[in-house]
Design a protein around this ligand. Sequence first.
Ligand code: EPS
Length: 367
Amino acid sequence: MPGSTFGTLFRVTTAGESHGPGNVCIVDGCPPGLPLSVDDLVPDLERRKPGQSRIVTPRKEDDTPEILSGVFEGRTTGTPIAVLIRNQDQRSKDYGDIKDKYRPGHADFTFDAKFGFRDYRGGGRSSARETTARVAAGAIARKLLREAHGIEVLGMVHQVGELIASIPDPADVTLEQVEVNPVRCPDADMAVKMEEHIKEVRKQQDSIGGAATVVAKHIPAGWGEPVFDKLKADLGKALFSLPAVLGVEYGQGFGVATTRGTEHSDTFVPDDGKAPPIATDTNRHGGLLGGISSGMPIVFRCAVKPTSSIPQERPTVDNEGNPTTLATKGRHDPCLLPRFVPMAEAMVLLVLADHMLRQRATRALDA
Ligand code: EPS
């Protein structure tokens, strides 16, 4: 089935399931000459991998990437880059129960409705394990964007359940402030409370939702295509393509519903540090005007639902519609947010790499 390829000029295809032999990405369109090695992929994969702390799934995977093609003597060749991440710690017997039953709130039902047949082990292709391939591809995009424009993309958790972090300006947050705690929340005091809350929820055999912010900095003004491929539209699609995302907003987001034009519009001001030399004094527009980058930080937020796989026995139906009950086994995250951060960064990076190349094509006569 189509649907596993993303992007126009920087194009990524992923393949793989949670309990199959591994997950693969093929990145086609990465320019030649970019220095690239496994070491560039490892940091993001480490931030995403299971078993990294006591508040995530205990499944143990090395997630060591193997670059199979597209790199020669340490540099990209311009040909497709294939990356393989092998699965090592499948425990498929945990999933015998859901072969013919549907986990409430899970894609088990809709995958069956679509294909009539599914790999039920560990959620198959609907598993968060699939995001290993996206994060590997995103790390290639990160390297490209850094080399070309010094672009930085950073995610952070700002909410777990009712607990909301104080983050005065997400564009000022550093990677160190995010990575210093297992929640990936830069508000250190709130991170402690969030961690305790996640542990408590796990003890209660439940799960909890939350929200994350992603900031992209140093994007030149002018990226994004009118009208269907606006940067805001492509970023929205990218973030909504991640498992468990139920809401995406940028800038003032849903806050605009109660805001007047005089309060919302940011004022343009001169800025010698930018090309063209223009910035805005505030960033309520979230770095996008008309869906095109303004040169200000791009700020997106995602709401992520509580993990649907929880060990409590719950009523459900089997695949013939007969009422039954189900207690999900397997090793699940009580809260998806800590590992969601690198996944969201990866999707933003992939969109930006694509639009960097598209903007260069648009302004070909300037080169
Ligand atoms: C997942 C179910 C669990 C998680 C998995 C995502 O799989 P299992 O039951 O096989 O342990 O551990 O997460 C990962 C393995 C990963 O790498 O992200 C799911 O249903 O989404």
